[in-house]
Design a protein around this ligand. Sequence first.
Ligand SMILES: Nc1ncnc2c1ncn2[C@@H]1O[C@H](COP(=O)(O)OP(=O)(O)O)[C@@H](O)[C@H]1O
Ligand SMILES: [Mg+2]
Length: 375
Amino acid sequence: MVTDLNPFVYSRPVSPVDVIDREEEILRLLALAAGGHYVRLYGPRRYGKTSLLRKALQRAERSEGMVPVLVDLYGVLSLGDIAIRIERAYARLKGGIRRTIEGILQTSGLGLSLGAYGISVKLQLEPRTNPLPALHALLEVPLRLGERKGLRVLIAFDEFQDVLKVEDFDKLLRSHIQHHGEVASYVFCGSEPGMMRQLFDVKGRPLYGQAEPLRLGRLGDADVAPYIDKRFRRTKRSAGETVQPLLDAAAGHPQRAMLLAHRLWEEVPRGEEATFDQWSAALEQTKAQTAAEFEALWKRLQGNEQRALRAVALFPDGPYAARALGAVGLRKSSAHYAVGTLIERAELEAGAGRLTFVDPLLELWLRDVQAGLAT
Ligand SMILES: Nc1ncnc2c1ncn2[C@@H]1O[C@H](COP(=O)(O)OP(=O)(O)O)[C@@H](O)[C@H]1O
Ligand SMILES: [Mg+2]
């Protein structure tokens, strides 16, 4: 049996008991949902959206008796894909409610099932099947459930921006959910500010102005520090004085904080307190682990976006100043345009009259590259 397990998870959503803070956001989300409003939850990648959704859904189930449904739309390209994801989301339910939904779906006669052989198998075996009737049936489940059981469903669509690839899905969705005021609440979650705006802020789009925005920000050091401390102690170690440089490096980025804590924990033998040398080693390990990701990102960027990022990394107090723009070879108008694009993609954040990197490790990487230190 492995007894000495690293307590810091950084590569998948954390379980509800391990979610740091987010209490305010969860309460607001549940209040809006209970009031029948749609919620648009947005924040950069790895800020903990999925973790938060899971916790909010768990609470909605336990304290409000709602039916919790989490639909992951990551990478969907077609209506068939979306039908599969919704069917699988219902398949994760348990007990009587699952049996009721299975009954509802089976009476449709469309090959829908919560068992092993659902619509995905049907679409594989008969690729010319029109997925639309199945999708309609799946989107109607809350109505049927309301009729039969008087239950309210809370449906969260995760990675909702990916439906932009599927023509008119938002129109189809709207045509259903507009009749669900009494039976279901909806949360739309996404990480690309630009794409979420296209869906909700463009006049004429089916979901225009339909959802209350709820933004997920960074975590506070005062919440992260005790969390790290406690997990070190629980596993017979101490983070000691290295918590502060770790917090500084993570800059409130939830996943970066957990990744750095994970690496630091690996450096510290059981029964000991972390040293600054161990912290430095952990940071180097983290940089090595993330370098490939930043190289790939860098290659996808246009020249002016690369220059703008470098200006922000090297001149954080005045990236638009003549000195900064001269150093990276960028005109002011081009800088503004590039920064706009980088904000839309959540690489940069504008706030309090200052541009900051969403990912503090990207900033470190850029400085290392500039200094000729990155390998
Ligand atoms: N509130 C939180 N408490 C603890 N860890 C978090 C929290 N939010 C995010 N994380 C960290 O970020 C990682 C990614 O979380 P996830 O919920 O998958 O983010 P997203 O869905 O926004 O991409 C998790 O593995 C965890 O390390
Ligand atoms: Mg997620």
